[in-house]
Design a protein around this ligand. Structure first.
Ligand SMILES: [Zn+2]
Ligand SMILES: [Zn+2]
Length: 667
């Protein structure tokens, strides 16, 4: 079946609010590999991306840094564009969502949704800061999640259940800027009728291709759709038509960037953007695993509602860990691409190789400096680089280049080995499994090393020069095939190898099919080292930088959590005696206690000590009780206090050294 054209590939937009880290590259590098591989199959994909410039985090940060949102955005836009270039990620166009084209396309799509009856007004109660005299959208407000009770931001329960929060949902809201307790005021906002797309989404998700993680989550979510509030009280963003005090929610205009960037690319290239977005085409979105909802539910519904072409594939990458710890900027578990990697002199292709070859695209990827060193030294240096180098070196030293063909062409078994690798490489893209690509090429290089070793050309050259020339031609054929097959992953290094092999043109323009075309005879120069071993000292330096950052984050967190004497004085700690203890029905962890703290009625307390304490042994024991805890209900039993225990292999109860009067205060 001929591949479907035209093809548009996009990457989730980096938010122009911070620097590029390895977590970003988890999505962008595989997308770039995919695009290069399509080109190697004779296709002509367009590859667009750009900066996501709107939304409250940017406005909040700009206010804190005392710059305008535009200034903040432009700084990080330039940074990302530069890092992507350095990493060999070649977009056809890299735009930003604040461009006039992006504003115009967003307005036009919102107007189409309104005209088609998919947007309706509704008055909602929203957090409002009486001191700053303004409504508090999204990140301008902090409070309590209505679903799980954890501390949350206005738009997301980031520390608890992870649910997206709609405007007005957050409880106990406080102004993020001045700390004032927010009031709730009514205002008219506009909602996208997502619920009207339930049937459409069920059918659409049956046809959607990509990675199973994206599609399976989306199928679950499609069963329970809530309408989305698509307006916010902000100055910065795309105006909601006809309302000067409202902008559209950033998740409306961010994906529309995919369309406006295609338009800007098309205007520049004299092409027609409607080929991609108004007619039959193949649209492939590469995204991080945290924005599946936006791309598989919200975005296709918007496109359908406004009459645009639907995405055909959504490819979601797994998460990133740093040295086996959860990625976290605030805790210091981060590797910045610019200052920690490129500026330290590491070659961009080595990181591209790591990201492609470490694990399946949808699984969690752990970045470890030691593993990085091992992969480079054991795979790229010892197997791949070694094979290409010894082959070119031997040909140069003994024949002055790639020897002339004598007798037959390339051996059948060599062509078979290359054909197998090529088939594996091309099929890996259908499943978006880039590790299969690198594994297949590494296996081909290992096969080449064994072939070279078994033919002993260093013996053959003394006995049968013609036979030796034939063996060398076979090995050089494999080297050329490796350069072509691995170019999507290691574009600059494989171009270097291509140059060492003296082949015509650029390896970037070679097709996968060229891997089995007979290599041309050429004079060769003495080869340089393709991959150098990474020394232990270099890795130790990188690890030291990471651990110093983690330590700095820890001490910052410790300082932030220091408390003043008056904070401690707020705790009402009392000694009491357990009068009664019994299990709680339905729980194997909890006990119901009655504790005498000198009050008229003993306190009823629920304690998580059932695994370590028999209820019959507790009466008569003195304990320390937090007497001014907010009452809470656990398994239907009200708890009015908390018993203190040391937390080691279960609970060890605290009590005074000698018995004291019930109700004695602890200071
Ligand atoms: Zn929650
Ligand atoms: Zn305020």
């Amino acid at each position: 079946m001929p591949p479907k054209e035209p093809v548009l590939v996009t990457c989730g937009l980096p938010y122009a609010n911070g620097k590029c880290h390895i977590g970003h590259l988890r999505t962008y590098v595989p997308a770039d590999i995919f695009v290069r591989a399509l080109r190697k199959q004779g296709q002509n994909p367009v590859f667009v991306c750009g900066s996501d410039t709107h939304g409250t985090p940017i406005v909040v940060n700009a206010e804190e840094e005392k710059v305008t949102p535009k200034e903040l955005v432009s700084k990080y836009h330039n940074h990302f564009e530069q890092v992507f270039k350095s990493m060999g990620i070649n977009f056809s166009f890299y735009g930003n969502t604040d461009s006039p084209t992006s504003h115009a396309r967003t307005t036009s799509i919102v107007e189409a949704l309104i005209a088609n009856g998919y947007v309706y007004p509704k008055t909602i109660r929203l957090a409002y800061c009486p001191k700053d005299k303004r409504f508090l959208p999204d990140r301008f407000v902090e409070g309590i999640c209505p679903y799980c009770g954890a501390s949350a931001r206005g738009d997301e329960c980031d520390q608890g259940c992870g649910k997206h929060l709609e405007p007005g949902e957050i409880k106990s809201a406080k102004c993020r800027i001045c700390g004032t307790t927010a009031e709730y005021r009514e205002q008219e906002h506009f909602f996208f009728r997502l619920s009207a797309f339930a049937g459409f989404l069920v059918d659409y998700l049956e046809t959607l291709k990509g990675t199973p993680n994206a599609i399976n989550y989306a199928k679950e979510w499609a069963k329970d759709l809530r309408d989305w509030c698509i307006t916010r009280n902000l100055e910065w963003g795309v105006r909601f038509p006809g309302h000067d005090d409202l902008v559209v929610y950033v998740w409306v205009d961010a994906p529309i960037g995919y369309i406006s960037f295609t338009e800007e690319w098309a205007a520049w290239q004299g092409e027609d953007w409607e080929k991609y977005w108004r007619r039959d085409s193949r649209i492939v979105h590469f995204i991080g695993g945290d924005i599946i909802y936006h791309h598989c539910i919200f975005w296709p519904a918007m496109l359908q509602g406004a009459g645009y072409t639907l995405p055909s594939d959504v490819v979601a990458s797994g998460m990133l860990k740093i040295e086996d710890k959860k990625f976290s900027k605030s805790r210091g578990y981060v590797v910045w691409v610019d200052e920690d990697y490129l500026a330290k002199g590491f070659h961009p292709d080595l990181l591209r190789y790591y990201l492609a070859s470490y694990t399946s695209h949808t699984k969690d990827l752990n970045f470890s400096w030691k593993v990085f060193q091992e992969k480079v030294n054991n795979e790229l240096v010892a197997v791949l680089g070694n094979f290409i180098h010894r082959t070119v070196h031997f040909a140069h030293a003994n024949f002055g280049g790639i020897p002339e063909r004598t007798g037959g062409g390339i051996d059948g078994e060599v062509i078979d080995a290359i054909t197998r690798a090529k088939a594996e490489v091309t099929s890996s893209f259908d499943e978006y499994e880039f590790k299969r690509l690198t594994d297949a090429v590494l296996a081909l290089a290992a096969w080449g090393n064994t072939y070279f070793q078994s033919k002993e050309p260093w013996q053959l050259i003394k006995k049968d020069r013609e036979q030796c020339a034939a063996v060398l031609r076979n090995c050089l054929q494999i080297s050329g095939a490796i350069a072509i097959l691995l170019e999507p992953v290691l574009p600059s290094k494989m171009e270097e190898a291509w140059g060492m092999l003296g082949q015509d043109g650029s390896v970037h323009d070679a097709l996968f099919d060229d891997a089995v075309k007979e290599i041309k005879s050429r004079a060769l120069e003495k080869p340089s080292v393709l991959f150098a071993k990474i020394e232990d000292s270099k890795i130790a330096e990188a690890e030291a930088l990471l651990s110093s950052r983690v330590k700095a984050a820890e001490s910052k967190a410790n300082k932030a959590s220091m408390i003043a004497p008056e904070d401690l004085a707020r705790l009402d700690l009392r000694v009491g005696t357990v009068i009664k203890a019994e299990p709680i029905k339905g729980s194997d962890k909890l006990l119901r206690l009655e504790v005498d703290i000198g009050e008229a009625v003993p306190r009823q307390v629920v304690a998580g000590i059932a695994k370590t304490h028999a209820s019959s042994a507790l009466p008569g024991t003195q304990v320390v009780l937090v007497a001014n805890m907010k009452p809470a209900k656990l398994f239907g039993v009200e708890s009015r206090g908390m018993v203190l225990a040391a937390d080691e292999n279960g609970a060890v109860l605290l009590n005074p050294q000698t018995p004291v009067k019930n109700g004695t205060k602890i200071k």
